[in-house]
Design a protein around this ligand. Structure first.
Ligand code: ZN
Length: 495
């Protein structure tokens, strides 16, 4: 039974999707005005493990992660300049060139970290009509008001405002300087639509004049466009709980009258040698610099080691980035990789025979403990601990020798590929390619094999063999045993 910590209720809750067998998940994506850094790696590797595990459990998952290419201002709220515009001016290129350059860079880094691509990566500039429609609905419903070409959300019209972050409007009022209030009715009111200043290149016509959307509205508009008015999981960094996620809830729920998100998941931040990471502190580490070993680091970090390192802490815990910790992580990953290689190499020369009792018990126990860790709010730290303990036992049994048969080793390899590969994404297949979640394909293969069994029982052996040959051509290797058939994807096969 999967349990998740819901930031909205501040409790561990049993996960139940809105629609049986389907999970809709939205995670706030990057603002594409610079290369991704280790903080991005922690966030997106963590949610990658969440999505992989949901798929492993058999859910069909639609994972939406936006690309912010307009509307995110330099002070992260309603003031300052558009981050993409500022960068475009510095580089002497068009804002869209900046957005495209850093979108590509982002996916390059995520691919290196073996992060599976989202199913939909909508960008804000491509969803202006959806955002205008949502703002219009809020204005019509009395939840937003226009002042001189800008539109603000009226927080006093939404009594639930502050529920996620645990803040109330009186506190927010006290903390605000008078000059910061501007045209707003309440200082916590936030911009849905901004009037474009001269020189702002990314701008569109709207019912309120020429301008561009605020940062928060894109996430409400795009998540609901692809996942519906109510969906299962919304993820993001804890630094975005207020105001970004608070504002997303207000916009969506004021417009629809429905609950927006059922489970809010927030990942914690990265520190570097115990300090907050920041450009001004000289400890800002982009992923490209880390992978290449450029300053502030002096040794290249293998992307898979960084992935492993991130997963050795729980997503809700802060992660301290230091060379010492990364070296230790590298050794931990190598121990697993060496054992996987040893198992695969031994497969050829080992005697036939069913898995021994010892191996079978180890496999069953490991699987059970691993799944219990992942069921406990995606505790990848515990799951990696189980992988390491399993690796020690596999090595010990192989050293002793006699307990190990070919089928036993195949089962060990399969467990590595499923739990270490499909779920954690730290084990690759025999050709060095990432082991992907099998998703619906595995259900289809199971269904085909059931049909084949029925054919055999009915005496249609030729047809049954035909099914097996067809599967083999698709790269599925079927093995028959006394307990019925088992199967796996062959090396290099489509998956
Ligand atoms: Zn967002």
């Amino acid at each position: 039974m999967l349990k998740v910590y819901n930031s909205l209720t501040r409790r561990l809750e049993q996960f139940e999707p809105l629609h049986e067998g389907f999970v809709g998940i939205y995670v706030c994506g990057p603002t594409v005005y610079g290369h991704s850094h280790v903080g991005h790696a922690k966030s997106y590797v963590s949610f990658d493990a969440v999505v992989r595990y949901l798929r492993f459990l058999g859910y069909r998952v639609r994972y939406v992660q936006n690309i912010t290419d307009v509307g995110h201002l330099t002070d992260d709220a309603d003031a300052g300049e558009d981050k993409v515009d500022v960068k475009a001016r510095q580089m002497g290129v068009a804002p869209m060139e900046v957005a495209q350059l850093y979108t590509r860079s982002y996916f390059e880094d995520m691919d290196a970290l073996n992060v599976q691509r989202p199913d939909i990566s909508p960008c804000a500039s491509g969803h202006i009509p959806e955002q205008i429609a949502l703002i219009r609905k809020l204005v019509d419903g009395g939840h937003a008001y226009e002042v001189d070409g800008a539109v603000y959300f009226d927080v006093q019209s939404f009594p639930e405002y502050g529920r996620l972050s645990g803040r109330n409007l009186d506190e927010l009022l006290e903390g605000t300087r008078v000059e910061a209030r501007g045209d707003k009715r309440h200082p916590a009111d936030f911009a849905l639509w901004k009037k474009s200043e001269p020189g702002h290149i990314m701008r569109w016509d709207s019912p309120w004049g020429v301008g561009y959307p605020g940062w928060h509205i894109e996430c409400s508009a795009m998540s609901m466009a692809y996942l519906g008015e109510t969906f299962d999981i919304h993820g993001g960094g804890i630094e975005n709980i207020f105001p970004h996620h608070e504002d997303e809830i207000a916009q969506a729920e004021a417009a629809t009258g429905q609950q927006f998100v059922r489970y809010w998941l927030h990942n914690n931040m990265v520190t570097v040698d115990g300090q907050k990471m920041g450009k001004s502190l000289g400890n800002f580490i982009t992923l490209k610099d880390a992978f290449a070993g450029r300053p502030p680091l002096d040794t290249p970090i293998r992307p898979m080691v960084m992935r492993y390192f991130i997963l050795t802490s729980h997503y809700r815990s802060p992660l301290d980035f230091s060379m010492g910790a990364l070296e230790a992580a590298g050794k931990g990953l190598e121990r697993i990789e060496n054992a996987v290689r040893r198992v695969r190499e031994s497969l050829r020369g080992t005697v036939e025979g069913a898995p021994s009792g010892q191996i079978q018990q180890l496999l069953d126990e490991t699987r059970e403990k691993f799944l219990a860790e992942m069921d406990n709010d995606f505790n990848t730290a515990g799951a990696i601990g189980e992988m390491s303990a399993f690796t020690r036992e596999v090595n010990r049994l192989m050293d002793e020798g006699d307990a190990v048969t070919r089928d036993g080793l195949e089962a060990v390899n399969q467990l590595y590929e499923q739990l270490g590969g499909q779920v954690l994404g730290i084990v690759t297949d025999e050709s060095g390619r990432a082991v992907e979640s099998a998703g619906i394909e595995s259900d289809l293969v199971d269904a085909m094999l059931e049909v084949r069994e029925d054919l055999r029982k009915a005496g249609h052996y030729e047809l049954a063999d035909g099914v097996r040959r067809r599967l083999s051509k698709l790269g599925v290797q079927v093995k028959d045993s006394a307990d019925g058939p088992t199967w796996r994807f062959k090396k290099g096969a489509p998956s």
